[in-house]
Write a protein that binds this ligand. Structure first.
Ligand code: APR
Length: 233
């Protein structure tokens, strides 16, 4: 029986909600140069372009609806006799909108804003602009509270603790191409957890998982959740 479950999610879990993934055909990084819109250097060079990029993603994410995979994970958290933690690389809020409570956004959140001057954080307006003032220090240095390449993901110490303590580590909808998230499976393996990958196709770290199920998240995830709940309750 898997008491403590840690679930890592990536863009694939939100794909069927209409939010683009990054590295699939037609993905976000085939349309934008990540160096321009997802690095501190890109923001320093042209902050207006970065705000435009995230403003468009925020509008899309606001319009999107949680899908059956998000809903199944929320049900798992309610009904499982043990801990369920979602560590997500996604910056959308579809896990929360499906009802999940224990959701840690290691790459930050589209719907949160950050002041680059004083590090204040607040709920982001739908559209952020170059000359917006920080509500705390008034500096015109606001940015999306999203972790860019070259920056440190959030809550890493806590995440490592929870992965080390997990009985079951499940990776859903991620290509396994970005660290530190892509390295969690090896930590879970080293700590003796059972490791599973639920993905449309084998990820770059597929061989590290003890078990893998290929398919769309809206099909594979609800089936897996039904199995876990039947097994432990
Ligand atoms: N169901 C399940 N998996 C899917 C689906 C689907 N419907 N559609 C796509 N996938 C899978 C793809 O096969 C791929 O392995 O989701 C994965 C998406 O991979 P990426 O586009 O690389 O997204 P992700 O792994 O979340 O990227 C990690 O990279 O750009 C940074 O910060 C960004 O958080 C992001 C990180």
């Amino acid at each position: 029986m898997s008491k403590n479950i840690v679930i890592l999610t990536g863009a694939g879990v939100s794909a069927e909600s209409g939010l683009g993934t990054f590295r699939d055909a037609g993905g976000v990084w085939t349309k934008y140069d990540l160096n321009d819109v997802a690095t501190p250097e890109g923001f320093a060079r042209n902050p207006g372009r970065v705000h435009d990029f995230y403003n468009a993603r925020r509008v899309n994410a606001r319009k999107a609806r949680a899908n059956a995979a998000h809903a199944a994970l929320a049900r798992l958290e309610v009904e499982h006799q043990g801990q369920v933690l979602i560590v997500t690389q996604n910056v959308d809020n579809l896990h929360e909108r499906a009802g999940s409570k224990a959701v840690w956004h290691m790459h930050g959140e589209l719907f949160r804003a950050l002041c680059a001057a004083c590090e204040a954080r607040w709920d982001a307006p739908d559209q952020m602009h170059l000359d917006d003032e920080c509500p705390e220090c008034r500096a015109k240095a606001t940015r999306p509270d999203v972790v860019w390449f070259g920056e440190i993901p959030y809550r890493m110490d806590e995440i490592y603790e929870r992965v080390l303590d997990a009985d079951l580590f499940v990776s859903i909808g991620t290509s396994g191409s970005v660290y530190p998230a892509a390295g969690f499976v090896e930590i879970a393996n080293g700590a003796g957890a059972h490791t599973m990958e639920l993905n449309l196709e084998p990820s770059e770290t597929a061989t590290a998982f003890a078990e893998s199920r290929l398919g769309k998240a809206t099909e594979v995830v609800p089936n897996w959740v039904d199995e876990v709940l039947a097994d432990t309750n």
